[in-house]
Design a protein around this ligand. Structure first.
Ligand code: S3P
Length: 439
């Protein structure tokens, strides 16, 4: 069965071993950015390793609706024929971002300096997510943007000119930072953004590869408006956030090791490695040495005995998408694990703190939901049962991996959104040794 047909339910048989060598699909964050920068650059942008998941396809279709010519010579290869930001045209119809928060927030920044009107909408989950965190600073730059009580639909009215700002982000968010950098590129003057803690820096790196000058000093990143981008060649590495499910799977059940090839290991993304190593995980990296915009490595993991930890707060933004699978590892680690300072997890594709707490409880794991985190007593293994993923792709995949350490089958509901970030998850999980089926 192909991943496109993935059904709304998964059933995972308990136990099993895994091993071998896997390549997970391309990075979602980098694929979105490659498309968008290609769409506002002049000339040809060649993307290989593109993530052909629903989220990035929403970005691709939105750019086409804005007048950008795009070809797909193969599922994972995309050629964007950009003609500069000034060549974008209003779409006339609302732009549908599907489940993709990154697409919506980055498009807000990209479209705010445009002279035409745009409307951004999304699926049920995205229509509940906060957008004022981007809209408010964009208004300070002179943008005319309306949200519905802070949420989509987002109406962006054509503006003759934005001006740069000096802005301190109240939350550590790469999406907000990136949206403001994209708006700053189309604004007059200088835009300076200061983060409360480091977040993923793919936009800054990629702007450099497209010919822009971006300055970084400590937690501040800045750029001059009006810089023209030129098309570039982008090799998208395998997504660390997708590899994360198999990293934990390997720690649970790879007696003879599991190899993950060509994974993006940008240090602003790999907080999970640090967290797992502190728990006692056997994880080895073989870094690739060629010069690249994004560092990559092969990652080898082996079955390990894990112990609970208190996660340092500064690691939270560096592992922000990995908490669903981290909580699975924590439930199997001996002793207590605590995560605090992670209130951002409440506004992801689902409330990931509440949904993970509910799922862990269903599998018999003692835990306490905190305002800004989760406390887990690990080491007792998982029973079986039924988990509601609440339509959240990462929750669904995390509980699928939990099956490796379960005593009874696990059934996971509402899993269609796995295809937003990880097309082919089921097939890859099976090829590694999981007994998993769609129903
Ligand atoms: C992303 C940033 C993160 C992350 C999301 C992708 C990005 O969101 O959770 O999956 O590509 O910039 P926040 O910036 O809201 O933390």
């Amino acid at each position: 069965m192909s991943s496109a047909d993935i059904r709304p339910r998964l059933r995972v048989a308990p136990g099993g071993r895994i091993g071998g060598a896997l390549t997970v699909p391309g990075d979602k964050s980098i694929s979105h950015r490659a498309l968008m920068l290609g769409g506002i650059a002049a000339g040809r942008t060649d993307i290989s390793g593109f993530l052909a998941g629903a989220d990035c396809l929403s970005t691709l279709r939105a750019l086409e609706a804005l007048g950008v010519r795009i070809e797909r010579p193969a599922p994972e290869r995309v050629v964007v024929h950009g003609a500069g930001a000034a060549a974008l045209r209003g779409s006339g119809a609302p732009l549908d971002m599907g489940n993709a928060g990154t697409a919506m927030r980055l498009f807000m920044g990209l479209l705010a300096p445009q002279p035409f009107d745009s409307v951004l909408v999304g699926d049920e989950s995205l229509m509940r997510r906060p957008m004022e965190r981007v809209a408010a600073p964009l208004r300070q730059m002179g943008a005319r943007i309306e949200t519905r009580e802070g949420r989509p639909p987002v109406h962006i009215r054509g503006t003759p000119a934005l001006h740069g700002i000096d802005f301190r982000l109240p939350v550590a968010s790469a999406q907000v930072k990136s949206a403001l950098l994209l708006a700053g590129l189309g604004a007059n003057g200088h835009t300076r953004i200061t983060e409360p803690a480091p977040t993923r820096d793919h936009t800054e790196r990629m702007l450099g590869a497209f010919g822009a000058t971006v300055e970084r000093e400590g937690l501040t990143v800045s750029l001059e408006g009006g810089q023209a981008l030129h098309g570039a060649s982008v090799r998208v590495p395998a997504d660390f956030s997708s590899a994360a499910f198999f990293i934990v799977a390997g720690l649970l059940a790879a007696e003879h090791g599991l190899l993950l090839r060509n994974v993006g290991v940008n240090p602003t993304r790999t907080g999970l490695l640090e967290m797992l190593r502190r728990m006692g995980a056997d994880i080895r990296l073989q870094p690739h040495t060629q010069e690249a915009v994004e560092p990559t490595a092969d990652i080898e993991v082996r079955k390990s005995r894990l112990s609970g930890i208190h996660v340092p707060r500064e690691l939270v933004p560096l592992a922000i998408d990995e908490f669903p699978i981290f909580f699975i590892a924590a439930a199997l680690a001996e002793g207590e694990t605590t995560v605090r300072g992670a209130e951002e997890l409440r506004v992801k594709e689902s409330d990931r703190l509440a949904v993970m707490a509910e799922g862990l409880t269903a599998l018999g794991v003692e835990n306490h939901l905190l305002d800004d985190g989760l406390w887990i007593r690990g080491g007792g293994g998982f029973g079986g049962g039924r988990i509601d993923s609440h339509g959240d792709h990462r929750i669904a995949m995390a509980f699928a991996i939990a099956g490796l350490a379960a005593r009874e089958p696990i059934e996971i509901l509402d899993v269609a959104n796995v295809a937003t970030s990880f097309p082919g998850f089921l097939e890859l999980a099976r090829s590694a040794g999981l007994s998993i089926e769609a129903r």
